[in-house]
Write a protein that binds this ligand. Structure first.
Ligand SMILES: Nc1ncnc2c1ncn2[C@@H]1O[C@H](COP(=O)(O)OP(=O)(O)OP(=O)(O)O)[C@@H](O)[C@H]1O
Ligand SMILES: [Mg+2]
Length: 277
């Protein structure tokens, strides 16, 4: 088997100090293979973005190991992380497209930036940007504009284009469609599916199992900072093992022939209170 693109083992992350110390991730192990699309699901505050940020060196885990494309990045200093991020091996699309994009840069500058940081010449960067725009269905007339002059859907497509333009080994999409209306959601999901079909390894973060189901080969379920279930998407959807996954499925009627009734959901919720965190 070829080497995983991402290998996270026994990861632990804390925020805050002393009495305010809060454990955001506990013993999280996750692998993403070459070309694999993994859905990471869990409710708000379960640690999804924390896991993503750890993989980019934006938070420092207190324990565990992270290998990216075989490179052990665990003990990297801030400087090493900056150099690593500049290489564009991993790209992150933030939950809020406005955070992925610098408000002061034009769309063209935003798209050129990761390429120029990587050391590409301006002319080769410009032609890669043109190609990438077409792939995410954006018109070149948007290039001179700034993020504030774009719709939410256009912004998110620019953010995706910016992440893709360096052809990363792994792209992490953090709730890429949750801030979008239905039409834009469909369009961005379509782009993500094309991405998966082109063999880019990706992690798709969402609290909505429905949008992940159509994209991910495998899903991992985070609950209170721990991965409680992982498996092939179809298997997890058909036979969820963990009470929390069952609860998630019960609350996604479109995926379930017989949606859980309120009483069933309440029963599940009380079972969940007994689930070890
Ligand atoms: N910078 C921070 N300082 C302190 N606590 C934080 C920080 N960032 C996140 N947390 C806490 O860590 C936990 C996990 O947060 P995280 O953002 O990873 O959750 P999430 O699953 O991405 O949630 P959401 O679906 O709302 O985006 C939460 O309890 C959150 O309040
Ligand atoms: Mg988040």
């Amino acid at each position: 088997m070829s080497e995983p693109v991402l290998q996270v083992s026994d990861l632990e992350v804390h925020y805050g100090l002393r009495r305010k110390r809060h454990q955001a991730l506990t013993g999280v192990s996750l692998q993403v293979g070459p070309g694999e699309a993994v859905g990471l699901i869990g409710e708000t505050g379960s640690g999804k973005s924390t896991l993503a940020r750890s993989v980019l060196g934006l938070v420092s885990p207190s324990q565990g190991r992270i290998l990216i494309d075989g490179e052990d990045v665990t003990g990297y200093s801030q400087r090493q992380w900056r150099a690593f991020r500049r290489r564009g091996v991993v790209q992150y699309v933030f939950q809020d497209p406005l955070r992925s994009l610098d408000p002061d840069l034009t769309i063209q500058e935003s798209l050129l930036e990761p390429l120029l940081l990587r050391g590409d010449s301006r002319s080769s960067a410009l032609s890669l940007v043109q190609e990438q725009l077409a792939r995410v269905n954006l018109d070149a007339e948007l290039l001179p504009r700034r993020p504030a002059e774009l719709s939410g859907g256009q912004r998110q497509r620019v953010a995706v284009a910016r992440a893709l333009v360096v052809e990363p080994r792994l792209i992490i999409l953090d709730e890429p469609v949750s801030a979008l209306d239905a039409a834009n959601r469909v369009q961005v999901l379509q782009i993500i599916k094309q991405l998966r079909d082109s063999g880019t390894s990706l992690i798709f973060i969402s609290h909505d199992l429905g949008s992940v189901a159509g994209v991910a080969d495998r899903v991992a379920v985070l609950y209170q900072g721990a991965l409680v279930e992982q498996g092939a998407t179809a298997t997890v959807l058909r036979q969820p093992q963990h009470a929390y996954t069952q609860l998630l499925l019960g609350s996604v009627p479109t995926l379930h022939a017989a949606p859980a009734t309120r009483a069933e959901r309440q029963a599940l919720r009380s079972r969940l209170e007994e689930v070890p965190a």
